[in-house]
Design a protein around this ligand. Sequence first.
Ligand code: ZN
Length: 443
Amino acid sequence: MDHLDCAKRMLSFIDASPTCFQAVANLSRDLRESGFEPLDEAQEWNLVPGRCYYVTRNQSALVAFRMPHAAEGGQGEEGLVQGFQMAAAHADSPLLKIKSNPEMPFGDWYVRLNVERYGGMLCRPWFDRPLSVAGRVVVRTAQGVESRLVDLGRPVALIPSLAIHMDRAANEGHKLSVQKEMLPLVGTGASAGRLQQQVADAAQAAPKDVLGADLFLYYCQPGCIWGVDQEFVSSRQLDDLQCAWALMEGLKAAAPAPGRVALCAVFDNEEVGSSTKQGAASPFLLDVLGRIAGGSRVLPRLLANSFLVSADNAHGVHPNYADKADPTNRVVLNQGVVVKESASQRYTTDGISRAVFSLICQQAGVPLQTFANHADVPGGSTLGNLASSHVAVSAVDVGLPQLAMHSPYETAGVKDAAYLVQAMRSFYGSALVRTADGSFEVR
Ligand code: ZN
């Protein structure tokens, strides 16, 4: 696979996916174009061997899967499904959320927007960047209410810095107040009501019919490939749309493995703790697995014969801050997929899951690097453990190395998305069959 072409395709997905709603809508469209059929959680499912499906929840989380082909000569005693080969990523990223009643006039001269933080963002880089508005609005219809996705797609807001002359200590760092210092400017005094009008226009509704909204500000500079030899890729939301996109590409490209359901979940709300109905700590994944299995009685047996790859980006060693990285398990951009390990099990990786995933990567010709936190610098948590609280399976935490995590413009290696696609294609295309507690056969 050409890594440059892969990076460009990933960027066009991220450019079109400013919030989790657009990300899930774009993944859904790509899946439909690849033959996946939509399912509705509120309907009966009649799953057919060999067919591919996807289901969304809250328009912001998605599970896609491929049913195994029926075995020749019937199913035998074990049935059609013998285990799940799953991967998970998240579609949400730190953004500024627009509150209700957002307009804050400053005399007759300016209008600012009232916002709050969604997720643990790096605040400083949000200043002096053109911002746009995207998300979901819920409009009144003749029958009730209906959700519509909106993306203004052009700069409409900006948070201006205070000049150095008025804050001589600006470069020495101070604690930022989001409520005071990060309110974006959106227009002059004459612009009152204009943003609401434009959002309503984008939803093809009258402003009075917009009854609810989940709207965010995002940095509207498209992603780019850069470096003297095009080594790097920068974009908003690489964490974790880079992994979400690569997992789905791997799923679509993989050949079916006998008896295995190949499945990919993309969750919402990872950046705020995952404890929503569409987050990794919800029973969404378990609900889908139960329906595929055809009941909860067989599920424990199937789960014991299953495997999960939790994919969320990892911190590459920053050349200006190498002391923040672990001395021996530091990872570098363009050097392949990262497996994450932690003694406290903040990452799910253990000896067995690491060994299985290493073997998959070796067979796929994909380089693997190991990340561990510097013992004095606690890292973030990932989806793996949260998903495991409902769906207890052998799991490995992986990711792609990046810099500037949670900045509005993050940086990764241009080669790494292609490595993850290749690894996942091999993962989904192999049957990982448990032969004993602690042993897997990789066919
Ligand atoms: Zn993440």
